[in-house]
Design a protein around this ligand. Structure first.
Ligand SMILES: Cc1ncc(COP(=O)(O)O)c(C=O)c1O
Length: 447
C-alpha cells in the first residue's frame, strides 16, 4: 500500500511560517529527489528551482563529490568536539581565510546563519568590554527590513516587525536605521540627490546613543528576505568609514550573499569593503549539511589573547561547531565553487536574466526589478503604484509553480502587503534556464 505522506505530515509536523489551517484547502509539495537545478516531487512532476531551496543550494543538487566526501568522513571520523583539531574543519578554515578578503583569518564554526550572527554579536560585545575598559560598549546598530536569524540575539538584530512582534520584549541594545531601499525610500528622498542620507542616519543614531555605548553595526550587504535591497555603491564605503571614525566593528552578514550568489565570491568585494566580522552559512555547504561560521579579522582575534587568568578567551561552545562531516561537505562544496568559478556564472547569467526581467517593468503590474548576480527581485504594484495585494502575489507564485518554476516570495517580514518575488537559482543556471524563468513569468503576468 502506498504511504500517504501528506496525511502523516499533517498529523505530526509543524512547518515554519505556515498557517496549518490552510492545509484544509491547499497541499504542500512532497519532494522526492533533485539534480542540477531540477526538483522532482513524489508524483514525478519536475520543477526548475529558481530559489535554490532557500537561497542556499549554490552548486546545485546531486553533486557526487559532496556525497562522497560526507560518506568518507563519516567512516573516517564521524564526530569529535572542536575542543581538539579535526582535519576537515582545519582545511575548511584555511580555505576560507584564503578566499575571504583581507585579514579575515579566524573561523568560529557553528551550525546555521542564526548561530553565526549570535556568535558575531557575542564576539562584538566581548570585544567591546576588552577593548574599551571602563566604557560600556554593547549597543549594535542594524537596519529595518534586515534579517539576521530566529534566535533571540539575531532576531533582536532583525528589523522585520512581523518576525519579532509575537516574541517581544527582545534583547536590549539593538537600534535600527532605515535601509537603502531606493524604490520606496523610507526617508522620502531620491537617489542621488539624497546623498545617501540613510547611511548618515546610522551616524546620527550612534551620536544620539552616545558612541561610548556602541560597539558594532551589523548589515547584510544586500538585504535578502527583506526585499532584495541593493545599496548605492557609496553606501558600504561610507559605512566602513563611520565604523572606523567611532571605533566600531562592522559585521557583514553574508549568509545569503556569500559564496558567489551576487557575482563575486563575497558581496563586500563589490565595494572593496572589508568587515571586521563576517557571518556565513547557506552557500558554505550549499545546504548539503548544516554549517555556519563567524570569521574574525586578525586585529579582532588578537584582542582575545592573554594569560589564562585574564579570561579573555571567547566564552562560547557549540557541540556541533566544526563538525567534521559538515566541514568535509564545506571543503568539497568550496572546491566545486572555485574550480567551476561559479560566481562568474552568477554574474554572467544573472546580468542576462536581470536585463530580460527589466523589460517587464513596461507592464503595469511590475513596479521594480532589481538585484545583483543571481539574487533578483520583482516588485509588483497596483495601478496607483501601491503594493499589489498579498493574495495576488501568492497567485502569481502559484501559477509559476503550476508551470514548473519555483520562486521565493517576501514573507512575514514587514507590515505591508507581500508584493515581492525572489529569483535566486543555483549558480549553475544556464541561459536557456534563465529564458524559461523569464518566459514563464511573462506568460503568467500577461495572461
Ligand atoms: C541574511 C540572513 N542571515 C541569517 C539567516 C539565518 O540563517 P539560518 O536560517 O540558517 O539560521 C538568514 C536566513 O535566511 C539570512 O537570510
Amino acid at each position: 500500500m502506498e504511504v500517504n505522506y501528506r496525511e502523516i505530515d499533517k498529523a505530526h509536523v509543524w512547518h515554519p511560517l505556515f498557517q496549518h489551517q490552510r492545509l484544509e484547502e491547499t497541499d504542500l509539495l512532497v519532494f522526492k529527489s533533485a539534480h542540477g537545478t531540477t526538483l522532482v516531487d513524489v508524483d514525478g512532476n519536475e520543477y526548475l528551482d529558481a530559489y535554490s531551496a532557500l537561497w542556499n543550494v549554490n552548486v546545485g543538487y546531486g553533486r557526487q563529490e559532496i556525497a562522497d566526501a560526507v560518506y568518507a568522513q563519516i567512516q573516517e571520523l564521524c564526530y569529535y568536539p572542536h575542543s581538539q583539531i579535526n582535519v576537515p574543519a582545519t582545511e575548511l578554515a584555511a580555505q576560507l581565510a584564503a578566499c575571504l578578503p583581507g585579514d579575515l583569518n579566524h573561523v568560529f564554526f557553528c551550525n546555521s546563519g542564526s548561530e553565526a550572527n549570535e556568535t558575531a554579536i557575542k564576539i562584538a560585545r566581548q570585544y567591546g568590554r576588552q577593548t574599551y575598559p571602563g566604557e560600556n560598549r554593547y549597543k549594535i546598530i542594524t537596519r529595518y527590513r534586515g534579517y539576521h536569524g530566529f534566535t533571540y540575539g539575531a532576531m533582536s538584530a532583525t528589523g522585520q516587525a512581523r518576525r519579532r512582534k509575537a516574541f517581544e520584549p527582545l534583547v536590549p541594545g539593538f537600534h535600527h536605521a532605515h535601509p537603502p531601499y531606493c524604490y520606496r525610500c523610507p526617508l522620502g528622498l531620491e537617489y542621488p540627490s539624497c546623498n545617501v542620507a540613510c547611511v548618515n542616519e546610522i551616524e546620527r543614531i550612534i551620536q544620539s546613543e552616545g558612541p561610548e555605548t556602541v560597539i558594532a553595526v551589523i548589515a547584510e550587504p544586500i538585504i535578502g528576505g527583506g526585499g532584495i535591497i541593493v545599496p548605492p555603491d557609496e553606501y558600504f564605503p561610507k559605512l566602513r568609514k563611520i565604523c572606523d571614525d567611532y571605533g566600531l566593528l562592522l559585521i557583514l552578514d553574508e549568509v545569503i550573499t556569500g559564496f558567489g550568489r551576487t557575482g563575486k565570491m563575497f558581496a563586500c568585494e563589490h565595494w572593496d569593503v572589508q568587515p571586521d566580522l563576517i557571518t556565513l552559512a547557506k552557500g558554505l555547504t550549499s545546504g548539503y549539511i548544516p554549517l555556519g561560521a563567524c570569521v574574525a579579522s586578525t586585529p579582532v582575534f588578537k584582542t582575545f589573547l592573554g594569560d589564562s587568568d585574564e579570561n579573555r578567551e571567547f566564552s562560547q561552545v557549540c557541540t556541533y561547531g566544526g563538525h567534521p562531516v559538515a566541514c568535509a561537505a564545506g571543503v568539497a562544496n568550496l572546491n566545486i565553487l572555485q574550480s567551476e568559478r561559479l560566481w562568474e556564472n552568477a554574474e554572467k547569467v544573472g546580468s542576462y536574466l536581470l536585463e530580460k526581467l527589466k523589460t517587464l517593468e513596461s507592464l503595469p503590474i511590475v513596479g521594480d526589478v532589481r538585484g545583483k548576480g543571481l539574487m533578483l527581485a520583482v516588485e509588483f504594484i497596483k495601478a496607483d503604484g501601491t503594493h499589489l495585494e498579498t493574495a495576488k502575489t501568492n497567485q502569481i507564485v502559484g501559477q509559476l509553480r503550476e508551470k514548473g518554476v519555483i520562486v521565493g516570495k517576501i514573507g512575514h517580514a514587514v507590515d505591508e502587503p507581500e508584493n515581492i518575488i525572489y529569483i535566486a537559482p543555483p549558480l549553475i543556471l544556464t541561459e536557456s534556464e534563465a529564458d524559461k524563468i523569464y518566459n514563464t513569468l511573462r506568460q503568467v503576468l500577461v495572461q
